[in-house]
Design a protein around this ligand. Structure first.
Ligand SMILES: Cc1cc2nc3c(=O)[nH]c(=O)nc-3n(C[C@H](O)[C@H](O)[C@H](O)COP(=O)(O)O)c2cc1C
Length: 323
């Protein structure tokens, strides 16, 4: 998710779940080709498995960007056919490409020829006045012919005229059943459901009918919900670290980042939800929100927030109740 799932966020999430598959923010093929490669593509080894999400519609450029991404070590290259923003429409990529399955198939085929990793597509169930039954089937069948075997489907249309990107994540109605029907019709494909899944339990309810579930906003707001994933879905029996353990393991990463000149807030802004629903969570969030962005803010800000949430530091009694 743009502005959200950057490398610091992914490193943090990986401390909670070893197996959950993580994705980068969308980056355009051009940014990969012509941008500062380390800034655009750099990530920590600990983040694996991690997929690079590309935006674009020009097969040769996407193929080249995919090749560069694979050389950087990304485990999967994903093509974004779901983003509804105006900027993206004008550049002819994102959700508007739901109307151009042949072109998307060409993009996927070119990317697949360029790299030895899975090429996957994230899309919507349709756009605007498309018939979400017919046009989604046509889109998926055509793009699968191009070599894509995995589709992550955000189970709502994108309405490209008039809604902001944020509204396009909430206003068009969710239709999870449409994604289940897609899986039933194409059992040979890996179909991952996305959109409006609020909890781990809700994700599990879908799993008999689809191959996977992608969580966006819920996992960002309450990242510790990923703590159940490894054991419940992957049979991985390692002990899940407590929330405080996760925080303590993040501290050395933050210290290393600070020593490289990364601003404290760039790292700690992603952990505001770690204590979601726990005592003193609000005081923890407030301490970070009020202090981590200040010039020169150092590790002491994070350690003070830790003391607050652990109950060993100063906090206002009114914030003690579960929040
Ligand atoms: C701030 C923000 C940025 C997003 N950026 C991307 C993106 O770069 N690529 C993408 O495929 N989806 C992006 N999305 C959409 C989410 O991946 C997801 O499809 C959508 O939020 C619905 O899932 P959810 O209800 O689990 O959040 C973004 C969502 C948000 C809230």
């Amino acid at each position: 998710m743009m502005e959200w799932t950057d490398r610091h966020c992914r490193y943090f999430l990986r401390l909670i779940s070893r197996r959950t598959f993580l994705y980068t923010e969308m980056v355009t093929a051009e940014a990969v080709l012509y941008g500062d490669r380390e800034r655009v593509l750099g990530f920590s080894e600990e983040e694996h498995p991690v997929g690079l999400q590309l935006g674009g519609s020009e097969p040769a450029r996407l193929a080249e960007a995919a090749k560069i991404g694979a050389a950087h070590g990304y485990d999967e290259i994903n093509l974004n056919i779901g983003c509804p923003s105006d900027r993206v429409q004008s550049g002819r990529f994102g959700a508007c490409l739901m109307a151009e399955p042949d072109l998307v198939a060409q993009c996927v085929a070119a990317m697949g020829e360029a790299v030895d990793r899975p090429i996957t597509v994230k899309c919507r169930i349709g756009i605007d006045d498309q018939d979400a039954e017919q046009s989604l089937d046509t889109f998926i069948d055509r793009v699968a012919q191009g070599g894509c075997k995995t589709f992550i489907v955000h189970a709502r249309k994108a309405w490209l005229g008039g809604l902001s990107p944020k509204e396009n994540r909430d206003v068009p109605p969710l239709d999870h059943d449409r994604v289940h029907r897609l899986k039933a019709r194409r059992p040979d494909l890996e179909i991952v459901l996305n959109g409006g899944i609020e909890s781990f339990a809700a994700a599990c309810e879908h799993l008999p009918g689809v191959d996977g579930v992608m969580l966006g906003r819920a996992a960002y707001a309450d990242p510790y919900l990923l703590g159940e994933v490894d054991r419940a879905l992957f049979g991985d029996s390692h002990a899940v670290p407590s929330r405080l353990d996760v925080l303590d393991r993040f501290v050395p990463y933050v210290e290393a980042g600070l020593s490289r000149g990364v601003r404290l807030n760039a790292m700690t802004r992603h952990i505001l939800g770690l204590f979601h629903g726990q005592p003193r969570a609000r005081a923890f969030r407030r301490h970070l929100a009020e202090n981590a962005h200040r010039d020169g803010a150092g590790i002491e800000v994070l350690l003070a927030a830790r003391d607050i949430v652990a109950g060993t530091g100063k906090y206002e009694p009114s914030t003690v109740a579960a929040e």
